[in-house]
Design a protein around this ligand. Structure first.
Ligand code: EPZ
Length: 418
């Protein structure tokens, strides 16, 4: 079991480049199954989840090379329609292969997905959309089993604004016969990036970036070359890292439009930063002010995946801040860890907590409850006095590329112990 040891009190200074988005790369890798030709995908983050997705494609019979953040996928022949390995169980995005397998093989059996434990994570939105497109769900318990004699375009109203639910629906629809309309579609940058990738393969998706997508099915897709959109959650994490350590940091390879709600909140807090077309420069700021309420919602509102890092920033702000997680029921565990570090905070219910700032964070032993809570603990350690030990960092390895190397290059004192 690996842990991070962090010696706090060192500002993050210099320049850091943001990697390609995890949550865009994963569905794009799954969508590459739709063609027999080669897809070349640049800026794929070198993280555990990506390696598991690549292995799943190899197990199905496809070829995958992954070097220097470029992944080449060639799914010329798929021998199997089954994904039942222990690794596949560990990540949520193994279900994204259901759609590609339905389109290519007419049948898919995929083990019920795991992923971060952050609350109930149903998949009814995915299954209902597959049924709308003419598939039959034979089982949905431990193994999801779907079959079709041919997917047909349909009018689909997604049950929930589910990101992976929408992605599965889009992947299934692009080669379905006829026209599909998807209503209540989330517009997260990773959903948009998947659509751009599919269009570059010859798909006909319009309305990208809106809540209603129109898709004209095509019989065949071809190979393509695509660069994954930058990871706006990683960007937000480094921005907050600079602010909590009072560093002077330039964060490159970002799309400022993806984080416009963060800029609004940072301005309200009095943080000093400047934006350019593809970078943000963060300056040391004293006397940050609390935020009355940070409420998560779908894009372009505040992302649930950035709330835990944001909570660390709020521990350094003057006044009482309230965080409100609307999507998941078990995503506030990091508040308990922050209390161990000396923060005055209170969990009001499964979705809401208050944080009293500014707090002097004290290094201690804390747990990484999930991917984002884990990086939040690292940020807290960087801002704390003394040494912080963060356990269960396997979650962080699933989603952040070279996290400790990147942090070390900009001045953090962080080491990994096995
Ligand atoms: C995606 O998860 C992301 N994962 C999550 O990021 C992110 O937190 C989440 O979207 C919300 O933005 C990937 O993109 C790989 P959902 P996903 O289906 O798709 C309800 C991270 O840290 N719902 O959008 O699994 C559900 O209960 C991860 O990178 C249904 O009711 O989440 C929740 O309240 C963690 N029925 C809401 O929708 C369904 O069938 C959002 O879930 C599906 C979801």
């Amino acid at each position: 079991m690996s842990k991070f040891l962090i010696e706090g009190g060192y500002p993050l200074n210099g320049t850091v480049r943001i990697s390609g988005s995890k949550n865009a790369a994963l569905p794009i890798i799954a969508a590459a199954l739709l063609t027999e030709e080669e897809c070349v995908i640049h800026d794929v983050p070198d993280i555990t989840d990506v390696h598991i997705m690549a292995q799943i494609i190899r197990d199905l019979g496809g070829e995958v090379d992954f070097e220097n953040n470029t992944m080449k996928i060639r799914a010329k022949v798929l021998y199997s329609h089954e994904i039942l390995t222990e690794d596949a169980k560990k990540l949520r995005t193994s279900i994204l292969f259901l759609s590609g397998l339905l389109a290519r093989k007419g049948e898919a059996r995929v083990v019920f997905p795991g992923g971060c434990f952050i609350g109930k994570r149903p998949i009814d939105t995915h299954l209902r959309a597959f049924e709308d497109l003419g598939a039959q769900v034979l089982s949905s318990e431990n193994v999801i089993h779907v079959v079709t004699s041919g997917l047909k375009g349909a009018g689909i109203r997604l049950l929930e604004m589910s990101v992976t639910g929408a992605e599965n629906t889009i992947i299934a629809a692009v080669m379905a016969e006829g026209h599909t309309e998807i209503r209540q579609c989330p517009t997260e940058p990773h959903v948009q990036d998947l659509c751009h990738f599919l269009n570059s393969m010859g798909a006909k998706i319009s309305g990208i970036g809106t809540n209603i997508l129109h898709i004209d099915g095509v019989p065949k897709l071809h190979g393509t070359t695509h660069t994954v959109t930058p990871d706006y959650i990683e960007a937000g994490t480094f921005i907050i890292g600079a602010l909590v350590t009072k560093g002077h940091l330039k964060i490159e390879n970002i799309n400022p439009d993806h984080l416009d709600i963060l800029w609004v909140y940072l301005e309200e807090m009095g943080a000093k930063f400047t934006l350019t077309e593809d970078a943000v420069e963060v300056f040391p700021t004293e006397n940050l002010m609390a935020l009355k309420k940070v409420r998560t919602s779908v894009f372009p509102d505040f992302p649930t995946d950035l709330l835990a890092p944001m909570a660390i920033l709020l521990t350094q702000a003057y006044g009482i801040s309230r965080v409100f997680e609307t999507m998941f029921e078990s995503r506030l565990n990091y508040i308990v860890e922050l209390e161990k570090m000396g923060v005055r905070a209170e969990i009001l219910n499964n979705h809401e907590a208050i944080i009293v700032g500014p707090a002097t964070l004290k290094g201690t032993t804390v747990t990484s409850w999930d991917l984002r809570a884990g990086t939040a603990m690292v940020l807290a350690g960087l801002a704390a006095t003394g040494t912080t030990e963060v356990s269960e960092i396997k979650y962080i390895d699933r989603g952040y590329e070279n996290f400790e190397e990147k942090l070390t290059q900009i001045g953090a004192k962080i080491s990994r112990i096995e």
